[in-house]
Design a protein around this ligand. Structure first.
Ligand SMILES: NC(=O)c1ccc[n+]([C@@H]2O[C@H](COP(=O)([O-])OP(=O)(O)OC[C@H]3O[C@@H](n4cnc5c(N)ncnc54)[C@H](OP(=O)(O)O)[C@@H]3O)[C@@H](O)[C@H]2O)c1
Length: 337
């Protein structure tokens, strides 16, 4: 094999990305140098957070035109000249939307066989135990600071960040309300233990819907979407409430000025706090958090849903489907095995 396939950024998107923003190309496979290993990529992720980097700087600099699309991936070491990456080892890292990845070992981690066994598949390394699951964990504990009896509202609750945050909040003795964009997603939220599930597309007045679901107010709003949902949550917050700004997906594709927050008075009257996070800031604690979450999964206290799309050719449409509500759970693309 002398070439591999990869998706690169062909042009910057305007609004919701279209297929022509991406280009699939064959690239020559470099000869392995001492200290390098060749990884055959098996699964890759599509992530809402990548959207802003297609247009400009975000938590990391903008992706240059022509650069491979970045993402998390799981794969197997097929050839190695790196003593730490043995051939046949399953690994995860930032492999991008490509079939193969040459690594010098930095940023690549072997999958711990103590975690990835039985019903826990290697793909969980880039889902519930990867960036989305860890965002739920650290967003909730470090910013939300849940206490028994708290009322927690979670938006995009059927996605991996939302579903994980909601279930962890339940484990802390909270009452959890989830928002999702279809009745099927709402049924899933009830299955995994959410107390209330609201279809925000059919609920009508969200401020009134939140008041009905949480008559005494919301203690923690775990926000994945921003926009008008955030305003409806703000006016329903209880005294000393905490708003965790995890994501703002409703704003990612807007070409105009962001909608902005309209209700700021409750921050004074209800003594509210609102704080965002970049999950990578908690990197030194990732392994500990992952081990805790793995115990919960094994004990049947935390579940996750994966949606595997077949073929690297489908990566752009899988990504675009994140913004239409088509995706349901952790969306991954199977590249090969
Ligand atoms: N801060 C961090 O470090 C960090 C790290 C990772 C992820 N995040 C953020 O966490 C959030 C969730 O990530 P995820 O990976 O679990 O993805 P996700 O929630 O599965 O995202 C896709 C889902 O978002 C919902 N959505 C799309 N457009 C929407 C809109 N205009 N209004 C409301 N909902 C919309 C759709 O579900 P519905 O059918 O329910 O509408 C869609 O299926 C994202 O905003 C992401 O950027 C933050």
């Amino acid at each position: 094999m002398t070439t591999y396939r990869r998706w690169v950024l062909a042009k910057r998107p305007e609004g919701v990305p279209q297929a022509d923003v991406f280009r699939l190309e064959d690239a020559p496979l470099p000869e392995l140098q001492d200290g390098q290993a060749l990884i055959r990529v098996e699964h890759i992720s599509v992530d809402p957070g990548m959207r802003s980097r297609l247009s400009g700087d975000s938590y990391a600099p903008a992706l240059p035109i022509g650069a491979p699309i970045e993402s998390a991936g799981v794969g197997k070491v097929v050839t190695s000249r790196n003593a730490k990456l043995k051939e046949g080892t399953l690994v995860w890292g930032g492999f991008g939307w490509q079939t193969h990845f040459v690594s010098d070992g930095r940023g690549v981690q072997a999958l711990d066989p103590e975690i990835y066994k039985g019903s826990i598949k290697p793909t969980a390394a880039i889902g519930v135990f990867g960036i989305p699951g860890l965002t739920a964990f650290f967003g909730l504990f470090e910013i939300g600071k849940p206490k028994e009896g708290n009322v927690v509202l979670v938006s995009s609750a059927a996605g991996t960040v939302g579903a994980t945050a909601g279930q962890i909040a339940k484990l802390q003795g909270c009452t959890v309300i989830g928002l999702a964009g279809s009745d099927a997603k709402c049924a899933y939220l009830k299955e995994i233990g959410f107390d209330v599930a609201i279809n925000y597309k059919t609920a009508g007045d969200l401020t009134a819907a939140f008041k009905t679901a949480a008559p005494k107010g919301i203690d923690i709003y775990f926000d994945n979407v921003g926009g008008e949902t955030l305003d409806a949550a703000i006016v329903n917050m209880r005294r000393h409430g905490r708003i965790v700004v995890s994501g703002q997906i409703s704003e990612y594709n807007t070409a105009e000025e962001p909608r902005g927050i309209r209700h700021t008075l409750p921050f004074i009257t209800q003594r509210l706090r609102m704080e965002g996070l970049v999950v990578y800031d908690y990197g030194v604690q990732f392994n500990e958090a992952r081990a805790t979450m793995a115990e919960w999964v094994r004990a049947g206290k935390l579940s996750y849903r994966e949606e595997i799309i077949e073929g690297i050719e489908q990566a752009p449409s899988a990504f675009i489907g994140l913004f239409t509500g088509e995706s349901f759970g952790r969306r991954l693309v199977h590249v090969g095995s």
